[in-house]
Design a protein around this ligand. Structure first.
Ligand code: NAP
Length: 321
């Protein structure tokens, strides 16, 4: 099966390594890579470890047509304000009857219902396991495992960068030291402000609500406050009281609709939500038939994000749309 990569940054390169490593068992071939500044590479025989980039294709349509791929893999930078150009990339793939796998939460946060319907009309698959909580099963849990269960809400600690910043300040470092460390780990969005101001969490909250609760919302409709006002001094005070801080996403269905919120919350150290060191993530689902249960991912890295996209590609290649 042939794959067209749109975006070749941390996740794209890690996924390409994984695909090459597991080639015997899963015979996927990357026939095209399209980027913003590095240009475009197309080789229908398969692109190797060192892609030879030429001039950038004039349009996403020209690129996708050139790759002859069956699956488009959308791995461009998050744009939390409108999800573009990723939404347009995905639509262009559907028009060409290509399946899509993406780790980009922007399209889910802004246009999930339309994209799901476009995919269904085109008879192709649309999968996005890594968009929230890297490769840990979040979206894939629901389809085969929990038929008939309704999501009433969720609570999550979903942003790694803010945790790294908080932990750095707890150890006596500055806010900027923490951000630099998170960037070094490859977990920060291209614009780190998206993480610390809460936009990444708002996009994840909107994406989860759209997919699991048919919310038809956007990140702008999530009431959001980030960790920008935290200082090392304030963190020391909070620590002194035996507490810590996490950026928490909460969704609740109530009589009049849905409440979506992202806040830096002061938590007891032994609170379940606080037990998430480093890049670890935790998500609790509140449901009608299954009560509250959750999924946790301990210190995931970019390899786990790549794996989530890999699992999507495997599922699509097996006809699990
Ligand atoms: N990193 C993680 O651990 C992680 C975890 C979960 C989800 N994600 C999501 O996965 C996606 C990729 O993340 P990343 O860390 O790989 O990002 P990244 O390292 O910043 O790479 C982004 C890639 O997208 C390309 N790009 C940007 N705009 C483009 C456009 N208009 N057309 C074509 N290519 C474009 C860039 O091209 P150039 O190389 O030429 O600049 C680059 O190759 C993001 O949406 C992110 O939110 C990442």
């Amino acid at each position: 099966m042939k794959l067209a990569f749109i975006g070749y940054g941390n996740v794209g390169r890690s996924l390409h390594r994984l695909i090459r490593a597991r080639r015997r068992e899963f015979p996927f071939t990357v026939t095209g890579i399209h980027t913003l500044r590095h240009g475009t590479a197309i080789d229908c025989g398969g692109i190797g470890a060192e892609p030879a980039f030429g001039p950038r294709a004039a349009s996403i349509e020209e690129f996708l047509d050139g790759t002859k791929a069956q699956i488009a893999v959308e791995l461009t930078t998050l744009n939390p304000s409108d999800g573009q150009p990723a939404v347009a990339h995905i639509r262009a793939a559907f028009v060409r009857k290509m399946h899509v796998a993406t780790a980009n939460k922007g399209p889910l946060a802004h246009a999930y219902a339309e994209l799901r319907d476009d995919a269904a009309r085109a008879g192709v698959g649309f999968r996005f396991e890594s968009a929230v909580m890297d490769g840990a099963p979040v979206f894939n849990l629901w389809r085969p495992t929990l038929p008939g269960v309704k999501v009433l809400g969720f609570t999550g600690v979903l942003n790694s960068t803010t945790k790294v910043v908080i932990e750095t300040m707890e150890r006596g470092g500055s806010f900027e030291d923490g951000l630099a460390r998170a960037r070094q780990m490859g977990v920060t969005e291209a614009d780190g402000a998206f993480d610390v101001e809460g936009w990444d969490s708002a996009a994840k909250t909107a994406a989860l609500a759209n997919v699991l609760m048919d919310a038809r919302t956007t990140p702008q409709q999530v009431s959001t406050r980030g960790i920008g006002r935290l200082t090392p001094e304030r963190m020391r005070e909070i620590n002194g009281e035996g507490k810590t801080v996490r950026l928490v996403s909460r969704a609740r269905r109530n009589g009049s609709g849905l409440t979506l919120r992202v806040r830096a919350e002061v938590l007891e150290r032994d609170d379940l939500l606080a037990c998430t060191p480093g890049t670890s993530n935790l998500l609790l689902f509140h449901t009608d038939l299954m009560g509250t249960f959750g999924t946790v991912s301990i210190e995931p890295g970019v390899e786990q994000t790549a794996y989530g996209v890999f699992s999507d590609i495997v599922n699509l290649s097996r006809g699990n749309l």
